[in-house]
Ligand binder design. Structure first.
Ligand code: ADP
Ligand code: ZN
Ligand code: ZN
Length: 768
């Protein structure tokens, strides 16, 4: 920075794609505002939190028109260079305003301008002057003399460390006394981080030691003894170990139950021994107490956990603990990828194919891809783990961009489950269940085992329909049917929209013809569990879906019941499909997968077989093989056939070659411009103009991009807004981004109706 700098460059959370120049406060110079620190600035009529991103000696705006910063919020940078550079990369790649991107990196409390000191405490230390004073110099002020002697003893005794005020007051010294000493410059106060042990976001192994000392070896780190690895696990660990301290992405492809987590734990151990930190990302529904426990019960180190139950203060504590290097392992969902780390050594993305790693609004980033960008900046490896890797990741492994370790055997003595397709055409179904399925459940329970029924929809029935006139419940705000939910907690049955959460009391008569013959069509989790409970009254039926796991503890309690291992039936949505390890589960029944096979999204087939594989993977995870029954009207569907015999692995080549034929990702790159408006047609008109006027002429000049659409979204109306989209595709990533860079200013300048919203999504996951 030049010493002549007069102006401070500040970014704020704003859709404007620029920074703003401010003057320093009256007693300060521009250089007093450190890059990466927060300031409060006047903006329009408001005061906003901003981040300093630079200094300059000239501004495009005349100096007398510039406003001054209203307050300095930090005396230190809270975002380091790495994170500011990451924000810059994201802002360019995702075409998202830089200021908003930077502020996205901060925990809520800091974004709101709050204090960084939620978890600091005042500490006291004797000053140089105080040490030089004769021992009884303050004899006439006995309280001050006592405190000074206490501080002197601590200083002479061991360290250069300040003592928390709380400890001093326990020893009978008051703050008033300390302040007196401070006035005489005999003692000094400071604010230092401290991490309360009862904080929701911070766990310390068993709590035996709060930090790893410098002489530690394996034994001191570990609580649970590690398992004896099998050969495949050994090779995977070796591959990862060879690449610690270098930038490398390693795909760890291992069937469910093959012991991927054990490989993560071994790799983390190496990282901890090297005094580094590990970041572990898990899918939204994978962050269960069970998952966290596997880390906590292995390592006796501070672990920071970012989960949805945290309040702002706890989140800040976890963030600070990671930033300062106190937390040695950081575990969290998508947004934890932005956690600052003093000394990162490894990033792990568990279930890398999971859709929850993609943020679907605002800054539409992929946490998996960001993780790799961060790893590159820090020169450390990333492990992408999955039983069903995404096609993009598999392609990167095939083309040697990523290293590839494979676990094909189930760990321990477990063997893979036996899969059977149940042809339910012309079969009599009992509440959606075939006779074969019911018989299998009955056998399983009688053998003292558990059975799981996977139903893809929560609620009672996907449709309430009039038998006389064909009327059915439809959402007023979306192009969607309403789902019937039976009464819970004494409330009347409701119709609910799963897309906008509209709710109304379920009618008892048809609203069109007044007939009382209303039929429940199809199966939801509620209906299936009712039916199963009636069929097997002597066994517990445990339903797990978004409706039954609302409370903070609810999910944990249900999982605990299941883990007791007594015979029971579990009914659930995909919430049950991932990450759980149920030792007594022997049978998995998939009620209806056919809808997934017809999904119009080009990722539909990939997602469907991933889900099937994950669900099937729950069966038989200890020493029994387990059984999986898939009910279908399409038993000859090639996807199901190949999956049954060769699993997900057997489908990879054909799924990839179809993508290649249609020139879809990973063989091309996509961007999706979405628009929506309350008035019909407006979104479509806007995108039509975008396509015809701007994009087409830009394409005419660069030629390497292709436009698809604009077209109405498959669910055209959602939450009262009419939606349309325009896809841009290119085999050259550079060409695609070049086009978008030119297109965005045109769209921002274009005249558009006031209620119209539009956004751009790079590497979109859902394209229908
Ligand atoms: P994945 O994450 O691949 O689904 P897990 O890591 O959850 O698999 O392992 C599945 C089960 O196998 C767990 O109960 C785990 O403790 C056990 N396991 C893992 N590795 C071994 C091993 N080398 N020997 C014995 N059991 C193992
Ligand atoms: Zn009717
Ligand atoms: Zn709706």
């Amino acid at each position: 920075m030049s010493s002549t700098a007069n102006f401070v460059q500040v970014v704020i959370a704003s859709p404007l794609r620029q920074h703003f120049d401010y003057l320093p406060e009256s007693n300060s110079g521009a250089a007093d505002y450190l890059i990466g620190s927060r300031v409060q600035v006047p903006f329009g009529r408001r005061n906003m939190t901003g981040i300093v991103v630079g200094h300059s000696d000239k501004s495009d705006i005349p100096e007398n028109k510039l406003k001054a910063i209203s307050a300095k919020l930090d005396t230190m940078a809270i975002l380091d260079n790495d994170l500011l550079e990451l924000a810059e990369w994201m802002s360019q790649y995702y075409h998202h305003p830089y200021g908003d991107t930077v502020l996205n990196l901060l925990p809520n409390q800091l974004r709101k301008g709050g204090s960084t000191s939620a978890y600091t405490q005042r500490c006291w230390q004797i000053s140089h002057q105080g040490l030089g004073l004769p021992e009884d110099a303050l004899a006439r002020a006995p309280k001050q003399q006592a405190l000074l002697s206490h501080l002197r003893a601590i200083e002479l005794d061991n360290t250069d460390m300040a003592t928390p005020e709380s400890l001093l007051s326990q020893a009978g010294h008051s703050r008033a006394t300390a302040l007196e000493l401070q006035k005489k410059q005999l003692a000094e106060a400071s604010e230092e981080s401290h991490y309360p042990k009862n904080c929701q976001s911070l766990l310390y192994g068993t709590g035996k030691t709060a930090a790893v000392d410098s002489q530690n070896d394996t034994l001191e780190l570990q609580i649970d003894a590690p398992l004896l690895l099998n050969d495949e696990q050994v090779s995977a660990c070796q591959l990862i170990e060879q690449h610690l301290n270098s930038f490398e992405t390693i795909l760890l492809e291992g069937i469910t139950g093959s012991g991927k987590t054990e490989v993560y734990l071994r790799s983390i151990e190496k990282v901890l021994l090297a005094k580094q930190q590990a970041l572990v990302l898990v899918p939204e529904i994978g962050l269960t107490p069970q998952t966290i426990n596997r880390f906590v019960s292995r390592f006796d180190v501070p672990i920071a956990v970012f989960h949805s139950g945290l309040n702002d203060k706890e989140r800040l504590a976890a963030w600070t603990a990671a930033k300062e290097g106190f937390a040695r392992i950081v575990i969290g969902t998508r947004s934890a990828v932005f956690t600052p780390m003093a000394n990162a050594g490894l990033i792990i993305i568990d279930e890398e194919h999971d859709g929850s790693y993609k943020q679907q609004d605002g800054l539409r980033y992929s946490a998996r891809d960001i993780a790799i960008i961060r790893a590159r900046a820090k020169n450390i490896p990333t492990i992408l783990g999955s039983a069903t890797p995404s096609l993009e990741t598999l392609y990167n492994a095939q083309t040697n961009k990523y290293l590839h370790a494979i676990l094909q055997q189930r760990a321990g003595n477990a063997s893979p489950p036996e899969v059977e397709l149940l042809d339910i055409r012309r079969q009599q179904l009992h509440e959606g269940l075939s006779d074969n399925a019911i018989a299998a459940i009955s056998d399983t329970l009688r053998n003292g085992q558990q059975a799981m029924v996977f139903v893809n929809r929560r609620g009672f029935a996907p449709l309430l329909m009039c038998h006389d006139c064909g009327w059915y419940g439809q959402c007023d705000h979306c192009d969607a049917r309403l789902t019937l939910h039976k009464s819970m907690h004494g409330r009347a049955p409701e119709l609910r929209c799963h897309h906008c959460d509209y709710r109304c009391q379920a009618p008892t008569r048809c609203t069109r013809c007044q007939s009382s013959k209303l039929m429940n069509v199809g199966q939801g989790t509620q209906r299936s569990s009712d039916a199963l409970q009636a069929l097997f009254p002597q066994y517990p039926v445990i339903r797990i879906d978004r409706d039954t796991t609302q409370g903070k503890q609810a999910m944990g309690e249900q999982i605990e019941i299941i883990n007791r291992g007594e015979p029971a039936i579990l009914v659930g949505t995909q919430m049950l499909a991932k990450g759980h390890h149920f030792p007594a589960l022997d049978l998995v029944i998939v009620l209806d997968i056919d809808q997934g096979l017809y999904n119009p999204d080009f990722r539909g087939p990939e997602k469907t077989v991933q889900l099937l594989t994950q669900v099937a993977g729950r069966a038989g995870r200890e020493s029994k093989a387990g059984k999986v029954l898939i009910q279908t009207h399409l038993p000859e569907h090639p996807l199901l056939q190949i999956w049954q015999t060769d699993g997900y692995q057997g489908l990879i080549e054909s799924l990839l070659s179809e993508r290649s034929l249609r020139s879809l990702p990973p063989y091309s790159h996509l961007a999706l411009i979405r628009a929506d408006s309350q008035k019909p047609e407006q979104a479509m008109q806007f995108l039509n103009v975008a396509a015809k006027t701007y994009a087409a002429s830009l394409i005419a000049t660069n030629g390497q991009c292709q436009l698809i659409g604009p077209m109405a979204a498959v669910m055209e109306k959602r939450a009262g807004r009419h939606r349309a989209q325009l896809m841009i595709k290119s085999e050259q990533r550079k060409a695609l981004h070049g086009l978008i860079n030119q297109l965005i200013p045109e769209l921002e300048r274009s005249k558009r109706p006031s209620g119209l919203r539009w956004s751009i999504d790079i590497d979109p996951q859902d394209v229908i």
